[in-house]
Design a protein around this ligand. Structure first.
Ligand code: SF4
Length: 359
């Protein structure tokens, strides 16, 4: 059986392990500091721990849940990290700067886009992650470990987290919530829950469940179609949870949370970019007081969808704005580094023969 990662232990679980190993309880604080704060690269680096304890730890746990294998950097300094998991599978995370010089934004916050599963079962037609189907859920250490590793690799603090990488986070809710404990915990990564955004394709029961969660986590919905007809062409989940049921769940969310919802809408030429869709989308957004992020489609190798012209994207946005909806047309970052989630991992696993996309 493979060893678990040390990062999979919550502070309480680490304290329990130390007690069972006959070690004093104050070692827990030291170990947590080495792992989550100082981001130690090896057990040897944990210089204030006795050698015998370091050996016990090494015999029982891998230090990290994932190993960095590759970084793709882009001209705008967006960086995509590819990580190998302990079972040989791959996931990726994207570190996106908000560069005021390039984008005219008012902050220099760094956002990390995190994966929650290997592959994805939801099969959205425009998405690289869905191409090879679903392999498995990530555990809490593999999710939180992406943040730890990104901070280690970049030497920078991550300010915002979006669960928008590979996988449907709400289909892996238990592990996601355990990861959020590690990410927001005072002894672990110490990131405020308000800086976390979970993006979902629209799993209605889990949206309702998450609405009852005590932390003020943000929620974004991958809508990508304002009516059932258009949405289910590209998002099979819409057959299970149609637009009306989804918006009922979002009303429920609003009754429990005071964070503004976001509707994500990828603009795809001749699929969902008609002015009529914009008008209906505006009505939905007004009903739930949501802001809208419009994202011109980023071409995915092997898929035929196209990005609309910039003029058409702007016209779509203007219909929303004229209807009083807060809407942004996202300036693309990382388009030159396979930034659409899942593309880098697909290339790596295909090259290693782990998956095959043929046929
Ligand atoms: S867009 Fe999200 S939910 Fe849809 S297939 Fe891709 S990863 Fe899965």
């Amino acid at each position: 059986m493979t060893k678990p990662a040390l990062t999979s232990l919550s502070p309480d679980a680490l304290a329990a392990w130390l007690a069972s190993a006959g070690e004093p309880s104050f070692r827990a604080t030291q170990i947590l500091e080495w792992v989550w704060k100082k981001k130690a690269a090896s057990y040897e680096a944990m210089s204030n721990l006795p050698a015998a304890l370091r050996e016990k730890l090494a015999a029982s746990f891998h230090l990290a849940a994932l190993e960095h294998t590759h970084t793709q950097g882009s001209a705008d300094t967006t960086r995509k990290f590819l990580f190998r998991l302990l079972d040989g599978r791959y996931v990726e995370s994207v570190l996106i700067p908000a560069n005021p010089a390039l984008y005219g934004e008012s902050s220099d916050r760094r956002t990390l886009c995190v994966s929650s599963q290997v592959g994805c079962a939801y099969g959205c037609k425009f998405c690289a992650s869905g191409l090879a189907g679903f392999t498995r859920n990530l555990d809490a250490a593999e999710i939180a470990g992406q943040v730890l590793a990104a901070e280690q690799l970049s030497g920078e603090r991550v300010d915002n987290l979006v669960f928008m990488g590979m996988g449907e986070p709400l289909a892996n809710l238990d592990n996601l919530l355990a990861a959020i404990e590690l990410i927001t915990g005072g002894k672990t990564l110490r990131l405020g829950a308000r800086h976390l955004t979970i993006s979902t394709s629209g799993l209605v029961p889990q949206i309702r469940q998450l609405a009852e969660h005590p932390q003020q986590i943000r929620l974004a919905i991958s809508l990508h179609g304002a009516t059932d007809e258009v949405r289910q062409q590209i998002m099979p989940i819409n057959r299970k949870w149609p637009v009306a049921e989804l918006f009922d769940a979002l009303d429920f969310w609003n009754s429990r949370k005071n964070q503004k919802l976001t509707l994500e809408y990828i603009l795809i030429e001749n699929v969902n970019d008609a002015p009529e869709q914009a008008a209906i989308l505006a009505r939905h957004a007004r009903r739930i007081h949501a802001k809208v992020n419009l994202i011109p489609y980023n071409t995915v190798e092997g898929l035929a969808w196209k990005r609309p012209s910039y003029t058409r994207c702007r016209a779509f946005r203007d219909i929303l704005k004229n209807a009083g909806v807060s809407a942004t047309l996202r300036l693309e970052k990382g388009g030159d580094i396979d930034a659409a989630c899942g593309q880098l991992r697909l290339k790596q696993e295909t090259a290693e023969g782990i998956i095959s996309l043929a046929g």
